[in-house]
Design a protein around this ligand. Structure first.
Ligand code: GUN
Length: 293
């Protein structure tokens, strides 16, 4: 579309971080320093990068960060016990176990083991249930960040046709739940598409809002979009490329062609990614507030 708006996730995330930093100061005046624990049990370089970025973000807004690394081939008990210890610590208000965890670890147990008031990812069944019931405590960071982007760019969700492509527990499911809820950045008519969807193209062709979260590089292109649609690209895919690092990052959307069709679109990087990180900080100060009441 002429005058396609490029949704600047870095700028909106910077605003969220400013709000969070102000909230941290208020808590400091009450004698509380918010603390986030990150736990990494993985050799995956992408996971290592994400965790170190999260620690850096904490520092920038005055959140204390604690980091625990566990060998990827250590017994699962080590992770369960680490979570128990962090649940007990008064200086730790938020706990984030970077996913995925190794196959020999029971992921569901990990998610249940984190104290619900410290579950800044919002993945504990209690918090998932609260979100679905319309009584969210911690909204999962990526869908929450997407909501903030839609709000910042005045994207009308009320009555809009939204298509979420992808049904993961981390993004697709909570995203769809937020979009159908009553209230601001909700009230959308929401369709969730996935690998077994028969007529993805038919669904996309009428979508006012497309949230792409499948983890397949450039899965959606401009020819599949309705003219003027808002396109939110959650994908961060490493593809081989002739760059210094030997790879490039591309989204789930083929950006150049999608930009032609879209009314507004998020770039990768610089769209959803910074928002996910900012909302983690937001949830951490919220957790600190809940625990200091
Ligand atoms: N791995 C990919 N995304 C996420 C996330 O939002 N939280 C955690 N803990 N791990 C992830």
């Amino acid at each position: 579309a002429d005058g396609t708006r490029i949704i600047d996730g870095e700028a909106v995330a910077a605003d969220v971080r400013d709000d969070v930093a102000a909230h941290v100061e208020t808590l400091e005046e009450e004698g509380v320093t918010p603390g986030l624990a990150t736990v990494l049990m993985s050799d995956d370089p992408a996971s290592e990068t994400y965790v170190s970025m999260k620690q850096r973000d904490c520092e920038e807004v005055g959140i204390e960060s604690v980091h625990v690394e566990i060998d990827a081939d250590a017994p699962a008990e080590e992770l369960y016990e680490t979570i128990d210890d962090l649940n007990e610590r008064e200086d730790v208000h938020g706990i984030l176990v970077q996913l995925p965890v190794p196959d020999h670890v029971d992921k569901r147990r990990v998610l249940r083991q984190i104290a619900p008031v410290k579950d800044v990812d919002g993945f504990h069944p209690e918090n998932v249930g609260r979100l679905v019931a319309g009584d969210a405590r911690f909204k999962p960071c990526t869908p929450h960040g997407v909501q903030k982007l839609l709000a910042a760019y005045d994207v009308e969700t009320e009555g809009a046709d939204a298509v979420v492509v992808g049904r993961s527990d981390i993004v697709g499911k909570p995203m769809a739940n937020l979009l159908i809820q009553k209230g601001p950045i909700g009230n959308a008519t929401t369709t969730v598409c996935h690998s077994r969807t028969r007529d993805l193209e038919g669904k996309l062709a009428t979508a006012d809002i497309v949230i792409a979260a499948v983890g397949v590089p450039e899965f959606i292109d401009g020819s599949m979009l309705k003219e003027g649609a808002t396109v939110i690209d959650v994908g961060i895919n490493r593809v081989d490329a002739d760059t210094e690092k030997g790879y490039a990052l591309v989204g789930d959307v083929e950006y150049e062609s999608a930009k032609e069709a879209a009314g507004a679109i998020t770039p990768v990087p610089g769209g959803v990614g910074p928002m996910t990180r900012a909302m983690l900080l937001y949830n951490t100060v919220k957790a600190a507030g809940l625990q200091s009441d």
